[in-house]
Design a protein around this ligand. Structure first.
Ligand code: ADP
Ligand code: MG
Length: 878
């Protein structure tokens, strides 16, 4: 989808408003190499006369979407930058969702969005920018659109798209004219203001066309008779043009506003004629900006200083062309394929086509897929030269706060996530197993490394020990040898001396005796000499033996050295094994990421095929999983209960799970298992199932309260308590079950659970109490209940009062609500006054951020005789 430099040739330019045409200008096509990075245009310099204008447009802040792109995406041109914008609650939602929290929670400083799965679970997603319900239109423009507009002024193509469910603020974000209050101006108006501030009317041109795409037919919103415009693509450059579309030259902001108004009127008329709503069609504003760069010299001629002014004046002006496309996409909600909303099946398919083709292209681009199916729809063909390459694209996804549209909101968020690249995406639920597999492998690897280190250490110690022992033995042998040699030497010396002495004596005697004995003596001497010789040879053999001993020890030492070498090679082998493990792990991680990307693909495809889902197959699968809840192997049981809990988190599965006996099995698991993980996960699943009234009755009739309270009393993990409290809290919201729930100890169980003190657990307890108080109040108003509140009977009031001003907002909000409900009925007033609830009610009526709760507290205080008397007694002026 690269644009190859951002040239737009729209052929003949027609104009229905002002009758201007484009002037023919010699355009110098920029080679891509001049500046392949849109974030740092080579010849962009606001203060330089070369740009033609020195005033006006401020640079977008570094924190903005495109600014960020310049920094972190230098190597990833064309990365779609995605912002999410939350619409504030509207009047209807403020009333209808009064008791419910928003389905999303934003953390703009972390650029995160938390999507509530239910009362106790959220998924977290990161975006390039997170815009809260308080974000001004100015800020939205600056972070989403300004970098793109700057790129267009520098000669690049840019696209700004809004995607989201109908009614979430796409048109508000893009198309507001801001006539009543200029602060409300949307992206289109602000973009044109910035463009007009930068161009010079004498030499530059700004041409606009405005179109609607409905059922793959492209209509000209500036000329309603022109309702089947064809798209022309230049095969070589990939440029897209609409020769048939009206092009209006814009010279001032006023004429642009008129053009938008006219387009909107035509859109309305066209849609009435086609009997559809504008939410079904895509609106496309195309702005072609052509700027002449005055006096720009190619670098080589100005550098060497050889150019003459004559040559300069003959040089054709340099022209930069950029195209900005602003797309207000059709509502992302699924169109009923049955045709029940007045469309035939064929129409429904065609209405969806461009949007789902866009989704597929974004997927393919995000995954760097070799094939991007741009040709599948008109929208993607139109946006072909606005994606990738040197173009900048910003997507703003709009969501509403209502928990009733959670499904649509979730799918919008997933679209945004896919547009942000696969790596950035939060793992889907199914990926849990891959994650745990990776974790298991990590642990195994850690174990292997530890084991290897332990063995290596033991080896080293052993080798040290053997070396020391060998050394000892060698030195001992050397010592022995030296001793033996010394001893022999001394003995030999002594013997020798003695022999000499004897010989001398004998010689003396010989001298004396002379003569006849001489011969005999000679023989004797010869014998003596022979004896000495014998002694000498004995000495020599002893010495030999000692030498042999030394040799022996030496060879032992060599052997020891050899075994050390073999130990070293063993260590090397182990190291290799560890490396292989690491390699294997990397391979598995690769597989995991491949599977994840396949999952991604599948998740998008799943939208299309879920209609074809074979319910029976699903049912058989479910039966199998449920049967595994009773498996012998504890691991299998844990996995099965996790799978059931994941399924139970989806509202569409809940009925099937209950019908297949899943609820019964989960309750049974609470009673029969000792494993806390099983307790926690099963209680979570039960809590999910307990959102439905029919299931609440089933849970109660199967002894749910006592099972949940026992589970709570054994729990060590606060998350288990949170699940249990969540389940009971859901049961508390059932009008029909009030007495039974209290009778079976439901309220007492909640009051036991608060001892854990964990704020998430307390929030669930407070929710249960508020639910209970609300039902009770309703029953009292209808006359079906008389007497004091069962909450007060069971001793819940002190806790409610104590936590009505808790720092944790969910705990505070629910307890405030509970107090307001209790205060509705005069029978409760005395207890409430004596427990100090009156002070809290006064505070709520003045400080509570929720207007409806404030008003309720105020009304109650003003109308209850007991409270009025109490206020007087306490001298509170009210
Ligand atoms: P979409 O084009 O997505 O169908 P709209 O832009 O028509 O939605 O918005 C639906 C309603 O919500 C309009 O009345 C609009 O004024 C209002 N609205 C949308 N976004 C905001 C916002 N950020 N602040 C105040 N009102 C908004
Ligand atoms: Mg709209």
């Amino acid at each position: 989808m690269a644009s190859g430099g951002g040239n737009n040739r729209n052929g003949t330019h027609r104009n229905s408003l002002k009758g201007t045409t484009t002037t023919s200008t010699v355009s110098t096509d920029k080679p891509l190499s001049v500046n392949s990075n849109p974030s740092k245009p080579a010849f962009k310099n606001k203060s330089s006369p070369l740009t033609g204008a020195s005033s006006g447009l401020r640079k977008s802040s570094p924190g903005s979407l495109g600014g960020g792109a310049a920094k972190d995406d230098a190597g990833v041109p064309g990365r779609v930058r995605v912002a999410v914008r939350l619409r504030p609650r509207n009047a209807e939602e403020s009333v209808a969702d009064a008791d419910f929290a928003d389905c999303v929670e934003l953390q703009p400083e972390l650029k995160r969005l938390k999507l509530r799965k239910n009362n106790w679970d959220t998924d977290t997603y990161e975006f390039d920018e997170v815009l809260t319900e308080f974000a001004s239109q100015k800020r939205v423009y600056e972070v989403v659109a300004k970098p793109v507009v700057e790129g267009v002024l520098d000669g690049y193509n840019g696209t700004i798209m809004a995607y989201g469910q109908t009614g979430t603020g796409k048109t508000y974000t893009l198309g507001r004219l801001g006539e009543e209050d200029t602060a409300n101006r949307g992206i289109m108006v602000r973009a044109m203001e910035d463009i007009l501030a930068e161009v010079s009317p004498e030499i530059d041109s700004v041409l606009v066309s405005y179109l609607q795409l409905y059922m793959e037919s492209l209509q000209d919103l500036l000329d309603p008779t022109n309702d089947n415009i064809s798209i022309v693509e230049e095969p070589k450059s990939g440029d897209v043009s609409l020769p048939g579309a009206t092009l209006v030259e814009i010279r001032d902001q006023q004429s642009f506003l008129e053009l938008l108004r006219l387009g909107e009127a035509h859109r309305h008329a066209a849609n009435t004629k086609l009997n559809t709503e504008s939410s079904r069609s895509h609106a496309l504003l195309m702005v072609h900006v052509k700027r002449t760069v005055k006096g720009r010299e190619p670098a080589h001629s100005s550098d060497n200083g050889n150019s003459t002014s004559m040559a300069r004046s003959l040089r054709p002006p340099l022209v930069r062309k950029g195209k900005l496309v602003v797309v207000d996409l059709a509502g992302s909600e699924r169109i009923d394929k049955s045709g029940s909303d007045g469309h035939t099946r064929e129409e429904a398919k065609s209405i969806n086509l461009s949007l789902s083709a866009l989704g597929k292209c974004i997927n393919a681009l995000a995954e760097n897929s070799a094939h991007v199916p741009v040709r599948d729809s008109k929208l993607t063909r139109l946006l072909r030269d606005s994606f990738g390459g040197t173009a900048r694209t910003s997507l703003v996804i709009t969501v509403g706060p209502s928990p009733r549209h959670r499904g649509e909101t979730a799918s919008t968020i997933m679209f945004g996530q896919r547009a942000m690249k696969v790596e950035n995406m939060l793992k889907l639920k199914e990926e849990f197993d891959y994650k745990s597999l990776a974790r298991r492998l990590d642990i195994q690897l850690d174990k292997l490394i530890m084991e290897h280190e332990r063995k290596q250490k033991a080896f080293e110690v052993e080798i040290e020990r053997m070396t020391a022992e060998a050394q000892n033995r060698i030195s001992e042998a050397e010592r022995n040898y030296a001793d033996a040699v010394e001893k022999e030497r001394l003995k030999y010396q002594k013997d020798y001396m003695e022999s000499i002495k004897k010989l001398e004596e004998k010689w003396m005697m010989n001298q004396q005796n002379q003569g006849n004995e001489r011969k005999e003596q000679m023989v004797h001497i010869a014998e003596e000499v022979a004896e000495v010789k014998k002694l000498l040879s004995k000495e020599t053999s002893l010495r030999k033996a000692a030498e042999e001993e030394v040799d022996n020890l030496k060879s032992q030492l060599a052997q020891l050295k050899m075994s050390e070498a073999s130990a070293n090679s063993e260590i090397l082998k182990l190291r290799k094994m560890v490396e292989d493990e690491v390699c294997q792990k990397e391979k598995l991680e690769g597989e995991i990421s491949m599977l994840q990307s396949q999952l991604l693909h599948l998740s998008f495809e799943a939208d299309e095929v879920c209609y074809l889902c074979n319910l029976q197959v699903w049912h058989v699968g479910l039966q199998k999983i449920l049967s595994l809840l009773e498996a012998e192997d504890a691991d299998v049981r844990i996995h099965a209960v996790k799978v059931v809990a994941n399924l139970a988190a989806e509202e569409t599965n809940q009925q099937k799970i209950v019908e297949a006996g899943g609820l019964k099995s989960l309750l049974m698991l609470l009673g029969s298992s000792d494993d806390e993980t099983i307790h926690r996960v099963a209680a979570g699943a039960i809590a999910n199932l307990a959102m439905n009234e029919k299931n609440q009755e089933l849970i109660m009739s199967q002894g749910g309260i006592s099972l949940l309270s026992t589970t709570a009393s054994h729990a060590k993990d606060p998350q288990t308590l949170r699940m249990v409290a969540g389940a009971i809290a859901n049961l508390c919201g059932n009008d029909k079950l009030q007495t039974k729930l209290r009778g079976e100890g439901g309220i007492k169980a909640l009051l036991e659970i608060v001892k854990c003190g964990h704020p998430d657990v307390l929030a669930q307890v407070a929710r249960g109490i508020a639910n209970f108080a609300k039902c009770e109040s309703r029953a009292s108003t209808q006359g079906s209940k008389t007497g004091r509140s069962l909450l007060i009977e069971d001793g819940a009031l002190p806790w409610i009062v104590q936590n009505a001003n808790s720092d944790a907002s969910p705990i505070r909000r629910h307890n405030e609500l509970a107090l307001c409900h209790l205060a509705q009925h005069e029978v409760n007033a005395k207890d409430m006054i004596s427990e100090g609830a009156l002070w809290e009610l006064v505070r709520i009526s003045q400080d509570c951020p929720r207007e409806d709760i404030r008003t309720l507290a105020h009304r109650t205080l003003a109308s209850s005789p007991d409270f009025i008397a109490g206020l007087k007694r306490l001298r509170i002026n009210y």
